[in-house]
Design a protein around this ligand. Structure first.
Ligand code: URA
Length: 437
């Protein structure tokens, strides 16, 4: 068996690593036998020299098998999952899971918490009083079989190799590598056990992938990995230059998800959810893409998606009355109005700064251990392309701590750019890619 020094040397010369080389790296690094400095050197060599399809598939497989492989076979029907490469105000899971379930797919979803400027589905759901995100396996499976959807926090042992490697990539500037991102995302998805996976690959200034071509290359690589493991795959390349919807922050986003399920949501959020849900339903074998997209639209207009959301919340111990009357969910946090500093068009928004402003209000965490203020966040009243006059309300900030407003307001204002001309808005979906199935 090659030593770590030999494996690093091989990749440094641009040679392909064998299955045994990759398995040796993942096993020894996960067990703590390979030190960070050798792992970092190998990651940097991969960053510069890349990996071919076979190497990337093997890396994903080894990372997936570094922890538990969840067996969802006790759940009847086709299990569909969805993954987003990260966004601000991205509450799509809350909307997609009940729509897909209402249309006959099974969604046994494991989601994460937010860190830094990005929100996490689990935090959003925990803003609903009583909602349990830690279910034992039997309870999780029973709810998915009975209701069609359940969303729980990812267990500690899903792809532990990825946890270590991701932390190291963050510190060594090796995140933005196609094989490393693909293996990181797909190892967790394969370990989570779904039969079909829809990927939402974000593209734009606030995303890892800055251009549509880069995003397509990443999506295709992940589709290939999924298909090599017998999963049905689809990917959407979506714009990340404008926050999705108007709400950022946990309870505020749940309220916006409820409004969307009731057919009263923002147009951009509604459209993206209909398209993503349509492809989830299609991968579940329920019809053609066109038929399934229509079914997803109907699940909003006939209220079946909203009824399913309430069923899921009740099954997971949540208080459904706060969903029926969202004013109870939102509570009475303090409000600070943010006004336009000039008369102009909003020419661009830095979504990452919007997310940071929301975090500064208490809706997100600076550090993993930070507590959240579920009522904190932002309602955007104006977004890219809108014409505003000096003094118009462009956003409302919410927090239970008034001392947090000044810094958050400055951060949010720095997210807006103004200009004399109406900017051209990118389409919401920049490209779609479907696997061979
Ligand atoms: N999301 C992940 O889970 N991993 C990456 O490498 C990038 C985004």
């Amino acid at each position: 068996m090659a030593t770590m020094t030999e494996i690093i040397g091989k990749k440094q010369r641009g040679e392909a690593l064998s299955q045994t080389d990759i398995a040796e790296f993942i096993n020894s690094y996960t067990k703590g036998e390979t030190p960070d400095y050798q792992a970092a050197a190998l990651l940097m060599a991969i960053y510069f020299k890349g990996m071919n399809h076979e190497e990337t598939v093997v890396l994903t497989e080894e990372m997936a098998h570094s922890g538990d492989m969840i067996d969802l076979s006790a759940i009847h029907g086709v299990k569909v999952d969805k993954h987003s490469t990260g966004g601000v105000g991205d509450k799509t899971t809350l909307i997609l899971a009940p729509i897909a379930a209402a249309c006959g797919a099974k969604v046994a979803k494991m989601s994460g918490r937010g860190l830094g400027h990005t929100g996490g589905t689990i935090d959003k759901l925990e803003s609903i009083p009583g909602f349990k995100t830690a279910l034992d396996k039997a309870e999780f499976f029973e709810i998915v079989n009975r209701v069609g959807a359940a969303v729980v926090g990812a267990t500690a042992n899903i792809a532990p190799a990825d946890k270590k490697i991701y932390a190291l990539r963050d510190l060594t500037c090796t995140v933005a590598s196609l094989p490393l991102i693909s293996a990181s995302i797909m190892s967790k998805k394969l370990a989570s056990g779904a039969d079909a996976i829809v990927l939402d690959v974000k593209c734009g200034s606030g995303a890892f992938m800055k251009t549509v071509d880069e995003a397509k290359a990443l999506a295709q690589m992940m589709i290939d990995i999924g298909e090599a493991h017998g999963r049905k795959m689809a990917a959407f390349i979506t714009d990340m230059d404008i926050p999705l919807g108007f709400a950022i922050g946990n309870a505020l986003e749940v309220k916006e998800a409820v409004e969307t399920l009731q057919g009263k949501g923002p147009a951009d959020l509604t459209e993206i959810c209909v398209q993503l849900a349509g492809s989830m339903i299609c991968l579940a074998g329920i019809g053609t893409l066109e038929e399934c997209t229509q079914k997803a639209r109907k699940a909003i207009s006939d209220g079946s998606g909203f009824r399913k959301f309430k069923e899921m919340i009740q099954a997971q111990g949540g208080d459904v009355s706060v969903i029926e009357d969202c004013s109870k969910l939102i509570g009475k946090p303090l409000e600070k109005i943010v006004r336009a500093p000039e008369s102009a068009y909003i020419s661009a928004m830095d979504t990452e700064r919007c997310g940071i402003a929301s975090m500064l209000l208490g809706a997100g965490r600076r550090k993993k251990e930070d507590a959240l203020d579920y009522h904190a966040g932002i309602i955007l009243e104006a977004k890219t392309g809108d014409k505003v006059r000096a003094g118009d309300v462009i956003a409302r900030l919410y927090s239970t701590k008034p001392e947090l407003f000044a810094e958050a307001e400055a951060e949010l204002l720095s997210a807006y750019s103004f200009g004399p001309k109406k900017p051209e808005l990118p389409p919401l979906v920049l490209a779609t890619l479907f696997g061979k199935c």
